[in-house]
Design a binder for this molecule. Structure first.
Ligand SMILES: *Cc1c(COP(=O)(O)O)cnc(C)c1O
Length: 437
């Protein structure tokens, strides 16, 4: 079996982390890692996928991994930032993004949040007609440098994971394009609001075939053309095509890749590449998932019903979606010696259990792996997106430290702390000790 480049890099990061005691069986049995060289490569792949003839701003979907030092790194690589709450807006601002590099999407923006975004000049995509009316009220008393758009739902259908499909007939996101009367209401909104100059759709994500996503964008571009034709002016100047590119969680391949997606977009929506529209993208998964992994020590092993079980420090608190929807979000697991070196040997079906006190807290079931022993390390792969940002607070688990890792000139690995491990004091204060007298 050939070992992929990504697997070699992971093994080197893991071994260096053990040597430097960032991972320690007693003091730091759980940690997250982001491969910053991989992030640089992924951003470059995205930037190079679009032809230089179109003006594109790539905004990273903060919810995928909002660790502020990581957002700062993405900003330095030329990314913008897409945020979906006041909290994510604060994270993006803390990372140094200028307001005009930030796009604010969310199905629920309060009046105060809208006012803040419009005063700062953050781009805003309205989710519905009522929100548009709120924006109109705010703009009646002040002007704003914000680019303002409206999110439509092109209603092209679901992929294989219902909970992450955003463009179904009844999706909660955006204005349903095909619903009776909505095209006319949208046309009226653009006619009455000259400041409404962008159009937004986000079709995805994991589990959606590329053609389905590209069809959704094609309908969005066709609708922008229609608005501009009906109004007899180029009022819509930009299209925000969202993110949603799925990721291959089964191998180290980064397929389907941004260039494949752009090729599919060219087939389905050639109007996007004429230069008539500026473009914003909002990728999350496809930029970060494969550039992160989570490591945990095996604390104990036992068998039950003849099945070997490794009890590890990684559970629902660090891989929430995987634990609660194991069929939709299976994650690869690799087995390592206490030094970090990859374990070899005959494979045996083993359960990889987490530490939480409920039966479903399993990272993997009956997974063929070299036999694990106490003191070994498991690496849970492809956790760079939607894991470090989505902790599950149960059983008083502390959130682990997350490190960025980079290969430096002499070939060694340099680590950068992206988030410190949560302290017991912090856990106690979020458990109400701060209000005790
Ligand atoms: C979640 C989200 C994204 C990112 O989706 P990925 O599947 O991670 O690429 C982009 N835009 C919006 C509006 C989102 O809600």
């Amino acid at each position: 079996m050939t070992i992929s480049h990504a697997a070699q890099r992971r093994e080197r990061i893991l071994s260096a982390a053990v040597q430097q005691r960032l991972l320690d069986a007693d003091d730091a049995p759980l940690a997250g890692f982001v491969d910053l060289d991989g992030v640089t490569d992924s951003v470059a792949a995205l930037q190079n996928a679009f032809p230089p003839s179109v003006s594109v701003q790539h905004a990273f979907a903060a919810k995928a991994n909002p660790l502020v030092p990581l957002l700062q790194e993405l900003r330095r690589l030329g990314m913008g930032c897409e945020v979906a709450s006041a909290g994510e807006l604060a994270q993006a601002l803390a990372a140094g993004f200028a307001p005009e590099q930030i796009v604010f999407d969310s199905p629920l923006k309060t009046r105060a949040e809208l006012l803040q975004a419009l005063e700062l000049g953050v781009a805003v995509n309205a989710d519905n007609f009522q929100e548009l009316a709120r924006i109109d009220t705010i703009l009646a008393t002040r002007s704003s440098p914000s680019r303002i758009g409206i999110r439509i739902n092109p209603q092209v259908g679901a992929g294989s994971i219902a909970l992450s499909s955003t463009a179904t007939a009844t999706s909660k996101f955006g204005i349903a394009l095909e619903d009776n009367g909505n095209v006319d209401r949208l046309l009226r909104a653009y006619r009455e609001h000259p400041w409404l100059t962008w159009l937004h759709a986000h079709v995805g994500s994991q589990g959606c075939p590329l053609d389905l996503i590209a069809q959704g964008i094609a309908k969005t571009v066709a609708f922008a053309d229609k608005v501009n034709a009906e109004l007899g002016r180029r009022q819509i100047v930009g299209i925000d095509i969202g993110g949603g590119l799925p990721v291959d969680f089964d191998s180290d391949d980064s397929a389907p890749g941004f260039d494949t997606y752009v090729a599919r977009l060219r087939d389905h929506a050639p109007g996007l590449f004429t230069g008539d529209y500026r473009i914003i993208t909002e990728f999350g998964h496809s930029l970060l998932s494969k550039n992160g992994f989570t490591t945990a020590y095996v604390e104990y092993t036992k068998t039950a019903g003849e099945r070997p079980i490794a009890i590890t420090h990684a559970g629902a608190h660090v891989a929430t979606r995987t634990v609660f929807q194991p069929d939709s979000w299976p994650l690869r697991v690799t087995a390592h010696h206490p030094t970090g070196a990859t374990k070899t040997g005959p494979l045996r079906a083993q359960d990889i259990a987490g530490p939480l006190c409920f039966a479903g807290d399993m990272i993997a079931r009956a997974r063929p792996l070299p036999e694990l022993s106490p003191g070994d390390i498991v690496a849970v792969l492809d956790t760079g997106a939607y894991c470090f940002s989505a902790p599950y607070h149960f059983n008083g688990m502390l959130e682990p430290a997350v490190y960025g890792a980079r290969t430096v000139a002499d070939g060694s690995i340099a680590f950068q702390l992206l988030r410190s491990a949560e302290t017991m004091d912090h856990l106690l204060s979020r458990s109400g000790t701060d209000v005790m007298n």
